[in-house]
Ligand binder design. Structure first.
Ligand SMILES: Nc1nc2c(c(=O)[nH]1)N[C@H]1C(S)=C(S)[C@@H](COP(=O)(O)OP(=O)(O)OC[C@H]3O[C@@H](n4cnc5c(=O)[nH]c(N)nc54)[C@H](O)[C@@H]3O)O[C@H]1N2
Ligand SMILES: Nc1nc2c(c(=O)[nH]1)N[C@H]1C(S)=C(S)[C@@H](COP(=O)(O)OP(=O)(O)OC[C@H]3O[C@@H](n4cnc5c(=O)[nH]c(N)nc54)[C@H](O)[C@@H]3O)O[C@H]1N2
Ligand SMILES: [Mo]
Length: 855
């Protein structure tokens, strides 16, 4: 999985984490006896999840209650209250193997995946089976046939990081094919480096205190922070909520929300102006404003002159010299559906007030998703406030507490993915490119191997890594050559999939095509805690512990890096569930002699790792006097049941994104070829792509409301779910609060609903040429006419009938790339039809039930 996603944090983390791993301290002397290890049978235990620092109450060893440990704002986060359900509902109880696979792994009837019966097998037998079949695949088909990119949101915790643990196992045991980029910002993270020299989407934002003091207008453009800030990649500290609450209380800042949906955020800012464009037309809307600013001479000529490159080469397009179509307000208005006076007024408001354009990522998860953020940066450049306090653009205020000032403190390291193993002719593990056994038989990894969790895991398979959202295409079309950001990539021939910490049968677009793709390889292995659709589509499933059944450590933030939290085991391990770390440790033992020594770094258990990361951070705090904190020695920290909290510095409170560039664009040049903001990119021009030109361009999406001969009537937006993290928390009783007709709700505009004869509470079919789902109608005026919303992440429930009974949005989405440049997914580009469900009997929901077991 893409690790530069979390780069801002990792730069520090890897540097610190690297040191102790080299130090040759033995596992046994790392551990102090006084640490309290057992679970508290009756009482409160501190842990953390993506959705915050949690206090979980146990009674007689059973988790009964879960609450946040602190309150940073009045904004309620329901996700924090369902830990008991996460421990006890829809769990996988035993190690299971699909019947046909068990009968004959060489001819396992992959077409029966998802429909076949399951057989319970002893854990040790399954371990041997996986080791054997993995070795077989590598021997027969090469390492390029083993895919372990394994994208997903897993759980918090720096030790039990299932995906890195998988990469570590796959690397040390011989190598694998990984993936590039992520689903979140597939388009932006590739285009932004060409435009501003950095990925922007995971970078620290102009600090909130600066925004609150200086901005006069805040535009929340295609973002829903009241929902998306309920979680963070590490664990949220809810600083984002605190600042959005302060924004609401600031009477002198005007808030504008631009979104086809009047989201929870738009509703929270009840005085905000709500502008609802036709989905996927923001680029046209922005071009219209740019045209107006240019023609009226109101744009900042000096900024364009001094800080940008290629405006002159973009102008002929803007003015219509190249295509006879001036991108004026009339033109824009026809496409985006906002009248031209409103567009003009918006542009005037932006240039005449200190304006912060805060954008989410929804609009770049669309066909030609490279364009809206490029257009936004260009618009911001014309407004001329980039690098000024409270002005410009920000692409991460809605995510993981972006803009919360970074604290001055130490950073906790994490387990790394090591590098590719080597074996002797007897098949014994003898070391890696960067690590070897010393004369005492201890494995010593050198700096290169442990320096970060970056792309080192691709070493041998680099030629075969492909953009993450091309997975189904790659499975279906081995050998196909695709374009990607100026390079050519050849798909590998995948015959073995190993997935942990993600739910690809739910997260990937066009489920019916995806199902076909997943029925191609010979072997699919999955570690899951729950019977998710991905677990149901596997051949071998190992039940894993949840984060509440093991010990770990995490930071919070992610930008703030505010706390270090002990994640303490809340309850005993559920049934046969084992930690991912345990399973990989056992696989190492079964796979090759000595492999386990390298894998466990000479026998470390979870506490050895936790203490090692903590101690490294502690040493840093002690060595650098400015890093003041209440950090204590590990044993005290662990036993105390409290987080360590760091404070921000004045520097980070006052930080302005691109401020240094504005001060001196020569000395602080951007990482673009010109060193300036590139409105025109010669690099992209040279690629010669027809679907991504050298400047921001309006392209018609493959499906949208303004197209001729629409294949379906409504534009479906599959937003991130407010009451889940993707598919996580689906099976909890929180679902009862939002499900309609016991299905995922679909938002329908009241006028559309009238025409359809549908009212709130009705069971409806949402369908198009790609598939069909059942959903519960929610009729509202909080969505633009012609647009419907079906949040992503509902567990797919269509193995038996082909129709998803649980409203999984991706049954309806399109699996093509944003463009040849970025190959991002286009989740938010899809037209659908709706009709009221007509059958006599309501199909029974089986999304959360166990699959068929063989007697
Ligand atoms: N239509 C549509 N589709 C989308 C999107 C969209 O906007 N619209 N958004 C996309 C985006 S941005 C993303 S990031 C993806 C998210 O897609 P995913 O990250 O795949 O979604 P999650 O539901 O978080 O899946 C994580 C899984 O890991 C499991 N898990 C948790 N902890 C552990 C562990 O310790 N070990 C193991 N082995 N497993 C564990 C959980 O039970 C869960 O099933 O979805 C993408 N899909
Ligand atoms: N509660 C919760 N929080 C989450 C997640 C979750 O699953 N649950 N997922 C996390 C992850 S992995 C990610 S990547 C982020 C995702 O963060 P985002 O990508 O920002 O989230 P989305 O919900 O996809 O889209 C945000 C808003 O964009 C709007 N939108 C969609 N298309 C368009 C368009 O064409 N134009 C305009 N103007 N607006 C549009 C949607 O209506 C929505 O309100 O959220 C993170 N936070
Ligand atoms: Mo994401």
């Amino acid at each position: 999985m893409n690790e530069n996603r979390r780069d801002f944090l990792k730069k520090g983390a890897t540097a610190i984490a690297a040191t102790p791993l080299l130090s040759g301290v033995t596992a046994s002397n790392l551990f102090a006896d006084e640490v309290k290890k057992g679970v508290v049978k009756n009482g409160e235990t501190l842990t953390a999840a993506h959705w915050g620092m949690l206090k979980v109450t146990t009674k007689n060893g059973i988790a009964v209650k879960s609450e946040p440990i602190q309150k940073t704002s009045e904004i309620y986060n329901p996700l924090q209250h369902y830990t008991p359900d996460m421990i006890y509902k829809s769990r996988i109880k035993h190690t299971m193997v699909r019947k046909s696979y068990l009968e004959n792994p060489d001819s396992p009837k992959p077409e029966l995946r998802g429909i076949d019966e399951w057989v319970e097998v002893p854990y040790e037998e399954a371990i041997k089976l996986v080791a054997k079949e993995l070795k077989k695949t590598r021997a027969q088909k090469g390492l390029q046939s083993v895919f372990a990119g394994s994208y997903g949101w897993k759980s918090s915790g720096n030790v039990h990081n299932s995906i890195i643990l998988l990469h570590r196992f796959m690397n040390l045991s011989g190598g694998f094919v990984g993936s590039l980029g992520d689903y979140s910002t597939g388009a932006s993270q590739i285009i932004m480096p060409h435009v501003v020299g950095s990925i922007e989407v995971y970078e620290q934002q102009t600090s909130w205190p600066v925004v609150l003091e200086n901005s006069k207008v805040v535009v929340i453009w295609g973002a829903n922070p009241l929902a998306t800030l309920r979680i963070a990649w590490t664990a949220t500290d809810e600083q984002g909520f605190k600042y959005f609450e302060e924004l609401k209380n600031k009477k002198d800042i005007k808030v504008i929300v631009i979104d086809p949906i009047r989201s929870e955020t738009a509703q929270y800012f009840d005085k905000a102006q709500w502008i609802a464009p036709v989905p996927n037309t923001d680029t046209a809307m922005m071009l219209g404003m740019m045209h107006y600013l240019y023609e009226s001479g109101k744009y900042d000529k000096e900024f364009i002159e001094n800080y940008t490159y290629g405006f002159d080469k973009f102008l002929p397009y803007l003015l219509g010299k190249t295509d006879n179509t001036p991108k004026n307000l009339e033109w824009a208005s026809k496409i985006c559906g906002i009248d031209k006076d409103t567009l003009k007024e918006l542009a005037d408001t932006f240039v005449s007030n200190r304006t912060m354009l805060m954008s989410g990522w929804g609009m770049q998860r669309a066909h030609h998703g490279e364009q809206p953020h490029w257009a936004m940066v260009t618009l911001a450049a014309m407004i001329g406030q980039i690098g000024l306090p409270g002005g410009g653009f920000g692409l991460s205020y809605h995510y993981s507490n972006g803009g919360a000032p970074t604290c001055k403190g130490a950073v906790i390291g994490g387990v790394n993915s090591a590098s590719v193993g080597k074996f002797n002719e007897k098949g014994e593990f003898i070391g890696t490119d960067t690590g070897e056994f010393d004369k005492h038989g201890r494995f010593v990894a050198k700096a290169a191997a442990v320096a970060g969790t970056g792309q080192s895991w691709l070493q041998k398979a680099t030629d075969y890594a492909f953009p993450v959202a091309r997975i189904a295409d790659a499975l279906l079309h081995p050998g196909k050559v695709i374009d990607h950001d100026g390079k050519k990539i050849t798909y590998p021939d995948i015959d073995f999939i190993y997935w942990v910490g993600g739910n690809p049968l739910v997260h990937h677009q066009d489920t019916n095509t995806n199902l076909k793709a997943w029925r191609k390889p010979r072997t699919v292995v999955v570690h899951e805690a729950y019977w998710t659709p991905t677990a149901k589509m596997a051949d071998i499933v190992f039940p894993v512990t949840t984060e509440y059944e093991r010990n770990d450590i995490t930071m919070t933030g992610d930008y703030s890096n505010m706390n270090i939290v002990p994640m303490k085991q809340v309850v005993e391990k559920y049934r046969e569930a084992k930690d991912d770390y345990q399973i990989f440790t056992d696989l190492c033992k079964a796979y090759a002699k000595n492999l386990v020594v390298a894998y466990t770094d000479n026998g470390k258990d979870e506490f050895d790792w936790i203490k090692e990361y903590y101690d490294a951070a502690y040493a840093q705090v002690k060595a650098i006097p400015e890093l003041v904190s209440d950090m204590k020695p590990f044993e005290e920290f662990w036993n105390e049941n409290k987080p360590v909290t760091f404070a921000s510095s004045q520097d980070s409170d006052n930080w302005v994104r691109l401020g240094e560039f504005r001060e001196d664009p020569v000395l602080n040049a951007l990482g673009t070829p010109s060193g300036l903001i590139e409105i025109y990119s010669d690099t992209i021009e040279k690629m010669g792509y027809d679907d991504c030109k050298a400047h921001p361009t309006w392209f018609e999406p493959i499906e949208w409301l303004g197209m001729k001969d629409k294949p379906a009537k409504y534009h479906m937006i599959s937003s991130h779910p407010t009451d889940r993290l993707h598919s996580q928390l689906s099976q909890t009783s929180l679902r009862e609060k939002y499900a309609i007709a016991n299905r995922e709700p679909v938002w329908i505009n009241e006028n559309d609903a009238k025409e359809l004869g549908v009212k709130t509470g009705d069971l409806v079919c949402v369908f198009n040429a790609r598939g069909e789902v059942l959903a519960g109608a929610y009729v509202t005026k909080n969505i633009k006419e012609g647009v419907v919303k079906l949040a992503e992440g509902a567990w797919y429930d269509g193995f038996d009938s082909g129709i998803c009974k649980n409203g999984s949005a991706n049954v309806l989405t399109i699996d093509i790339p944003t463009s040849k440049l970025a190959n991002g997914n286009i989740s938010h580009t899809a037209l659908v039809n709706i009709r009221k469900y007509q059958g006599d009997e309501t199909p029974k929901l089986t999304a959360f039930s166990e699959p068929k077991f063989s007697k």
